[in-house]
Design a protein around this ligand. Sequence first.
Ligand SMILES: [Zn+2]
Length: 393
Amino acid sequence: MSLPPLVEPAAELTVDEVRRYSRHLIIPDVGMAGQKRLKNAKVLCVGAGGLGSPALLYLAAAGVGTLGIIDFDVVDESNLQRQVIHGQSDVGKPKAESAAASVREINPLIDVVIHNTVLSTENVMEVFSGYDLILDGTDNFATRYMVNDAAVLLGKPYVWGSIYRFDGQASVFWAEHGPCYRCLYPEPPPPGMVPSCAEGGVLGVLCASVGSIQVNEAIKLLTGIGDPLVGRLMIYDALEMKYRDVKVRKDPECVLCGKNPTQTRLLDDYEAFCGAISDEAAEAASGSTITARELKGMMDRDENIFVVDVREPNEYEIVSIPGAKLIPKGEFLNGSALEKLPQDKKIVLHCKSGARSAEALAVVKDAGFSDAVHVGGGVLSWIKTVDPSLPEY
Ligand SMILES: [Zn+2]
């Protein structure tokens, strides 16, 4: 699939620009017209971290005329193993400013816009609206879904990338011409199921591999050349040294870009959508979380337990853990569930992923059931580790 260029060409290149970009200009597919399009382009890089570092360096060198950098974080020593846009003397400085300084050093002919702030539901639409293309270098699901939703709602393309240990992924999401991130991943993974790079590590150079794919795609979209990564997911295995791509289809049922979208604006709270739990729930779950396998062991040993499924009835119908009694979370929050709980049994709560059951656990513990526990990863973990024959939902 080839797409028309995203950006109109600038009126002209200066003598300095012609000299600087000569190796682009002599590529027939890029040429003067392509370079003028890059000059006119406005690209926002979300995050000046692992992916943003190589991406910003190459976007700047390529002559993208306006480069926005949004990051609220400061440079930490542990960043330097992969975030090559920052150096030793930048430790402690805001990443957006440190990155901007490097960009200016590489290419003083372009404009750099610094957004030294947290990207939030309050500013994302306004910030994005100033750019032609977004490059997503974020490392958390809440921001990823927000970036996707804002880009779809504004009709803008964005280049997505993700990295973990030796594995990288990249794609271009542009609802007008293909799927969005929600078509690929309709729901975020259960909290705690996918470790972050801070928890699991990342090979520094992997950032360059994936970040350069992102810039490659950005340049293709801006200038309208080649076959963009729209509707395809690029998967890179650095250990095997293999790239493969899989087709990603637009989901006609996608809540955001499907035939009958039910989501027509940003969510109020992306942290909540991604299953972030309240402090009370986190405290209740601390030291009182068991695995699905441990629950199976308790059942097999016929222990004196009372298993409660706090999901909704329709979810219970699709798939449920044998013997679990359904009491939806709402009944815990309004207090009516408590009288249904036996006093002489150990209460074991679960939901789909562990977020709702942690909230219910806080109520149950507060009511005096001090030995109550909940199942981390919920039904999803049960399906994965105990009974894979059950349908996933
Ligand atoms: Zn979609």
